[in-house]
Design a protein around this ligand. Structure first.
Ligand code: NAP
Length: 331
């Protein structure tokens, strides 16, 4: 149960997550007079908050900084009556209706419908200089940032389909792409491997790991270690792209909603989760496109689906103020 002294509240629609998917869902739901509550997550705003120049979001011909785009979306959602709780969901009960979301210090939220838009986080190597140079030559999204590496030399880390796809995409701009992979063989599908291997701009360093990133304000080199020999070498590159997978932010929903083997939400009919009345939006189930604009589009779809579902399930006259003794939170 919550640590909060805040009273329980009941809402028609709760949206969990405040990246482009959650905020677009909020804009649509608020304009449909559903007075949604967004449980924004801490830190809020999702992956755009760690993105510098966004040049592929329509409507901003000069580009826009990721955090500024989030602020604008949030203002737009607030303008139509969205309420924000700047907290994390710590516990859920999706077996009983209305659904229960425990948000800790901001209290218990009972919701007739829920949109889960908690996103996915790119995996990082967790090197100190990698983190310091994020957005300054270090990126986990070639589609977003490849354009800034025209004529430069870059490293792409990973041996899966994402690494092959990102390396191939980067050759549109970069002079050379060195794929650094920790094993002697790739795990990517044969077709993706072959495409990358045929590309004259891509070279491979197997059984090699990145141990450091050099540069004061931007990347000036990447230090790698050949694992069998232990030998270190500095690659003269200006960019480092991580393609070592993503982790969906679904831990709190484990056991309450069906997940695939990697932890992404399973959906049918685009936005419907395994629980009737709970919808999904954005990277929390879309591991294919992972773009701000596609997440926003999915947020729109989830809000329209939730709105229709709520119209078909009118609010009961009597509302419990708490879940009572028979509630059994799933986590
Ligand atoms: P993935 O298949 O899990 O591959 C991640 C890669 O990163 C692996 O090679 C792994 O090495 C490496 N790695 C993980 N942690 C690392 C670390 N700390 N240091 C160094 N290397 C690390 O992830 P993905 O490539 O993002 O693909 C995810 C899913 O999406 C897959 O099912 C994939 O097929 C699919 N996908 C499909 C397409 C497409 O068809 N167009 C494109 C992208 C992704 P190990 O090999 O040693 O484990």
């Amino acid at each position: 149960m919550a640590d909060s002294t805040m009273p329980d509240r009941h809402v028609r629609l709760a949206i969990v997550g405040s990246g482009p998917a959650g905020l677009t869902a909020a804009i649509y739901a608020a304009r449909a007079n559903l007075a949604p509550v967004v449980i924004s997550g801490v830190p809020s705003g999702g992956q755009l908050m760690i993105t510098t120049d966004v040049e592929n979001y329509p409507g901003f011909p000069e580009g826009i900084q990721g955090p500024e785009l989030v602020v604008k979306m949030r203002e737009q959602a607030a303008r139509f009556g969205t309420e924000f709780l700047d907290s994390n969901v710590r516990n859920v009960d999706l077996k009983h209706h209305p659904f229960m979301l425990d948000t800790g210090l901001t209290g218990i939220v009972h919701a007739d419908a829920v949109i889960v838009a908690t996103g996915a986080n790119a995996r990082w190597l967790e090197l100190a200089n990698e983190q310091r140079l994020r957005g300054h030559g270090v990126s986990a999204c070639a589609t977003c940032d490849g354009f800034f590496f025209k004529g430069k030399d870059v490293v792409a880390v990973g041996g899966g389909d994402s690494a092959m796809e990102e390396a191939t995409f980067l050759t549109k701009f970069a002079n050379s792409v060195t794929v650094v992979h920790r094993r002697p063989e790739l795990r990517a599908s044969r077709i993706m491997q072959d495409r990358a291997r045929r590309n004259p701009k891509i070279r491979f360093r197997f059984e090699t790991e990145v141990t450091d990133v050099l540069g004061a304000d931007s990347v000036s080199g990447v230090v790698v270690r050949h694992i069998p020999s232990g030998k270190h070498e500095t690659l003269d590159v200006q960019g480092l792209f991580l393609a070592i997978g993503h982790d969906p932010a679904t831990e709190v929903f484990r056991g309450a909603l069906e997940l695939d083997e990697k932890g992404y939400l399973l959906t049918t009919d685009i936005t419907r989760t395994s629980v009737d009345g709970v919808f999904a939006a954005g990277d929390v189930y879309d591991h294919r496109y992972r773009q701000a604009v596609s997440a926003a589009g999915l947020g729109c779809m989830a809000a329209l689906d939730a709105e229709k579902w709520l119209a078909e399930h009118p609010a009961p006259a009597h509302r419990p103020t708490s879940h009572g003794s028979d509630s059994s939170p799933t986590r």
